[in-house]
Design a protein around this ligand. Structure first.
Ligand SMILES: C[S@@+](CC[C@H](N)C(=O)[O-])C[C@H]1O[C@@H](n2cnc3c(N)ncnc32)[C@H](O)[C@@H]1O
Length: 346
């Protein structure tokens, strides 16, 4: 396309405009169980057969399945002028609920919580704050009180947090050799998704998850089985309770939740609890130094605005925070995927 055609036909802008149609189509197909029905069926199914199993309208299901074919989430084969649908490989692996690498819970969290907060993006930008109050009528000042507004919401959030580390956990944990550290704490370790990967990558090691009491109780009940005896728990509030001494602290997706002031408060506290020679591993999405990209990180930073007190940062912004808290020898390793690793030493 030459430049004048490009200006006559704003293809890119029209595609961006429809961007949320794409997300919502995938979320609806997940929520209704399209990928599960097709995953469980040995044969490709017609829209009528899928609708009968899901209890949905035939017309609506037909349109949804067809859109999923357009998105390459399903494949269709025509027989006697009727389409028969089956999952593509990525849908079976990442969207069917029963798959070990399923992102189903992440989709549900984005569909029910994130999407509603993004509705108020202009307000978030005007006011510079998260939008739980408008989206959910929650007047709470605390991010995690809003996220954990009911047991169910907390469990959905924890499942969302959990699933990602089945995919990216090994990359961030092998960015540095962490086998040199003996006592390891995962601060804000949530469901233990990363802790499980840690003990699998470092078979000689043990790790303790520190998180809020109700999160720890739910993690013990639903996420960490008794066989995972190398993972232990510590109930606590990392801002207000003492942080135990350790050789290595891991904080994945924690610093990006908080204001500069709270980050420094937390990092200073961790530095005091870190044994000499020990370290702090941050796992975060990184922005380019000139903030020119990557697009995923730029969008994640807007996502932090509508949902948290924090933002995504550049490697030098993280280095500055770590240096100001006393850490030295700071190294940043890009994994080539969404999450990168930053290690500071005491
Ligand atoms: C964005 S999640 C990240 C979870 C986990 N690190 C991961 O990457 O999957 C933030 C975590 O910090 C925990 N958290 C929030 N405030 C906390 C506090 N004051 N003390 C301890 N944990 C806290 C939350 O319960 C949640 O598990």
């Amino acid at each position: 396309m030459n430049s004048s055609e490009y200006l006559d036909y704003p293809k890119q802008i029209l595609e961006y405009m429809d961007g949320f149609f794409v997300s919502k189509t995938m979320f609806a197909a997940c929520e209704l169980g399209v990928f599960d029905v097709l995953h469980e069926s040995d044969l490709a199914l017609s829209a009528a057969a899928v609708a009968a199993r899901l209890g949905t309208s035939v017309d609506g299901t037909d349109r949804l399945l067809s859109a999923c074919v357009g998105l390459k989430l399903l494949k269709a084969e025509m027989k006697n002028e009727e389409a028969f649908y089956a999952n593509t490989d990525i849908s079976s692996i990442f969207l069917a609920k029963s798959s070990p690498r399923s992102l189903y819970h992440m989709m549900m969290f984005h569909s029910h919580t994130t999407y509603k907060c993004w509705h108020f993006l202009p307000e978030a930008i005007r006011e510079g704050k998260n939008q739980y109050e408008r989206a959910f009528g929650i007047s709470s000042k605390e991010v995690f009180e809003a996220l954990y507004r009911s047991e169910d919401e907390m469990e959905t959030f924890m499942r969302y947090m959990d699933t990602i580390w089945n995919i990216f956990g090994k990359d961030v944990l092998t960015a540095f050799d962490l086998s040199v550290f003996s006592t390891v704490y995962d601060l804000g370790g949530c469901s233990g998704g990363l802790a499980k990967q840690f003990v699998s990558v470092y078979p000689e090691s043990t790790i303790t998850i520190l998180d809020l009491p109700k999160v720890v109780q739910t993690a013990k009940k639903h996420f960490i089985t008794d066989e995972e005896h190398r993972i232990s728990f510590h109930e606590g509030d990392f801002f207000n309770d003492p942080i135990p001494q350790a050789d290595l602290f891991i904080m994945a997706r924690i610093i990006h939740d908080w204001t500069e002031e709270k980050c420094l408060q937390l990092l200073n506290k961790i530095y005091k609890s870190c044994k000499p020679g020990g370290g702090l591993l941050l796992v975060e999405v990184l922005l380019n130094e000139d903030k020119s990209g990557p697009l995923t990180s730029q969008l994640c930073s807007l996502n932090m605005l509508v949902k948290t007190e924090g933002k995504e940062r550049t490697p030098s912004e993280y280095s500055k925070l770590l240096t100001a808290s006393g850490f030295k020898d700071i190294q940043v390793k890009a994994t080539g995927k969404i999450y990168d690793a930053i290690l500071g030493r005491k």
